[in-house]
Design a binder for this molecule. Structure first.
Ligand SMILES: CSCCC(=O)C(=O)COP(=O)(O)O
Ligand SMILES: [Mg+2]
Length: 221
């Protein structure tokens, strides 16, 4: 038994296509209008500043959107992109345009862990705002109560760096943590921080045939 289970989303709880096709296709045409309509929102203004800084692009919304689309095409988990996507998805879930879907084993496993007293948290590249909206609007209802904490690249740090996992452990106040992810490099970073790790190798997913090295590996939760 472990005190905490910390979970990745894409490839672990939900099919990669849920994110890279459904959610990315939803965000793509809405990025420009969102930037134009919410320029006074300090969160959007800071994201736009970061996009300019990281890309060196100096032009208007069209140029920014070209950069953001390029990052999406390459699936680069760049923080300002994840911030803007998260705001758009939050609206999409609230409006009923989006419904989060999970692999069939996921919700039973989450409920079983909770029934056993295991505490749950999420660490995803998706922004905390996007994560909370995602778990609040699922095909199996509002699942937000299952999780005590959400972490992203803003409040924890990059997923492939051990310091991010150390920062999460400090917030959780525990060193008895198990991390589930489909990405071996994320598991390496978590293990370096002293966490237990479980690789989730789901058939048909991008990391379904990956080499998980020393990490215990499962094909479902
Ligand atoms: C609404 S959650 C969207 C998740 C997301 O944007 C993403 O990039 C998932 O990355 P992960 O770190 O969970 O593999
Ligand atoms: Mg993942």
């Amino acid at each position: 038994m472990t005190e905490w289970v910390v979970l990745d989303i894409e490839g672990t709880l939900s099919a990669t296509d849920q994110v890279l096709v459904v959610l990315y296709d939803y965000a793509r045409p809405r990025l420009g209008p969102w930037i134009d309509a919410h320029g006074d929102d300090p969160v959007v203004a800071e994201a736009v500043r970061q996009v300019r800084e990281l890309s060196g692009v100096d032009g208007g919304t069209d140029e920014l959107v070209r950069v953001l689309h390029g990052w999406m095409d390459a699936d680069r988990k760049v923080t300002p992109l994840k911030t803007l996507q998260g705001l758009i998805w939050q609206r999409g879930y609230a409006d009923g345009d989006l419904v989060a879907e999970f692999f069939p084993d996921v919700v039973p496993a989450l409920r079983k862990w909770r029934a056993e007293g295991v505490r749950l948290a999420v660490f995803s590249s998706g922004s905390v705002a996007g994560q909370v909206a995602f778990f609040g609007h699922t095909a199996e209802g509002d699942l937000r109560d299952l999780f005590e904490h959400h972490f992203d690249t803003v409040n924890a740090g990059p997923k492939r760096e051990a310091d991010s996992y150390r920062a999460i452990a400090a917030v959780l106040g525990s060193d008895d943590i198990t991390f589930y992810s489909d990405v071996p490099a994320e598991l390496d970073a978590a293990a370096e921080a002293g966490w237990r790790t479980v690789g989730v190798a789901r058939p048909g997913e991008p990391y379904g045939d990956a080499d998980f090295g020393p990490h215990r590996t499962v094909s479902a939760l």
